[in-house]
Write a protein that binds this ligand. Structure first.
Ligand SMILES: C[S@@+](CC[C@H](N)C(=O)[O-])C[C@H]1O[C@@H](n2cnc3c(N)ncnc32)[C@H](O)[C@@H]1O
Length: 283
């Protein structure tokens, strides 16, 4: 997780990422099964901590997308001043149009959060940092804007995510990348431990069923989460290549846990929970 990652030359531009998600704003929530699974896990933990401690204060949903979790966090009542922040102006406009006027909405980059030091009590960020060129900078920014005693809850996806789709594309279209970069777990753990001392890191392998490889590809498109790296071929997913990808997609093994029809996709999920002891400092 460094600024000069080996993958840097192929990183998607922020403009491409913002445009991709913005274009998917109307279809995103209907397709966000994985996002709900991971975000709900984190929300339950955050809500149980805030209820126990009688929490009140300023809450930031970083990379808020359509504002699903921004709205959930705001439901905690007037003790919470809630702000949703996202790179995509279209996502932010869409989120704001569907929410209470009490929520503040800001278009901004999580790698340069436009908030003062020690100004937030809770930062919630579901499945955003894997889209950042420099996730370490996001962790630093969170540390900077959190007040002492403030809490951070972050989820992300690690290397091995969508490995079946990656394998199928490698066979169908050798030499071309079709899957976004995901950080290796060891690199992620080392960066989190360095930037957020004492953070709890939980990882889990999640597998979701799909009617077909095409259904998986369609879901990624509806989410705005398709492959976006710079220099990709314009006709990357031409129909003949998609057909070849489907032929190479691994079939589920037979067994009680496997679907009778369709395919599975793997996601390497990670959650980070951290309490800031001394803002700005590595304690
Ligand atoms: C997979 S969506 C998650 C949205 C929301 N957190 C949810 O759980 O539904 C990722 C979001 O992160 C946003 N994003 C990507 N890079 C970002 C950055 N550098 N700063 C802020 N937001 C970013 C995208 O625009 C997109 O809305």
């Amino acid at each position: 997780m460094s600024a000069g990652s080996a993958m840097s030359p192929q990183l998607a531009s922020k403009a491409d990422i913002a445009r991709g998600f913005g274009n998917a704003r109307a279809t995103y929530e209907g397709a966000s099964r994985l996002q709900r699974l991971m975000g709900n896990t984190m929300l339950e933990i955050v809500q149980s901590q805030t209820r126990q401690s009688g929490f009140s204060g300023r809450v930031l949903d970083l990379g808020c997308g359509t504002g699903w979790y921004t709205r959930k966090l705001a439901e905690n009542g007037p003790a919470f001043f809630v702000m949703g922040m996202d790179l995509s102006p279209d996502m932010v406009a869409h989120a704001g149009a569907n929410a209470s006027p009490d929520i503040a909405w800001v278009t901004a980059d999580a790698e340069a959060i436009p908030l003062p030091n020690q100004s937030c009590d809770l930062i919630f960020s579901n499945l955003m940092i894997q889209w950042c060129a420099n996730p370490v900078e996001v962790l630093r920014e969170c540390r900077r804007v959190l007040k002492p005693g403030g809490r951070l809850a972050v989820s992300t996806l690690l290397e091995g995510t969508l490995r079946e789709l990656d394998q199928a594309w490698r066979l169908a279209d050798p030499g071309q990348t079709h899957i976004n970069r995901f950080e290796p777990e060891a690199v992620f753990r080392e960066a989190v431990s360095r930037e957020l001392p004492g953070a709890e890191i939980e990882t889990r392998n999640l597998r979701l069923p799909y009617a077909s490889p095409l259904a998986l590809a369609a879901e990624l498109k509806q989410l705005g989460a398709g492959y976006k790296q710079a220099g990709r071929r314009r006709t990357l997913t031409a129909p003949s290549r998609l057909r070849a990808m489907c032929q190479h997609y691994p079939k589920p093994e037979t067994g009680p846990a496997e679907p009778q029809s369709g395919v599975m996709a793997s996601y390497e999920a990670a959650w980070v929970y951290w309490t800031c002891r001394e803002s700005g400092d590595k304690t």
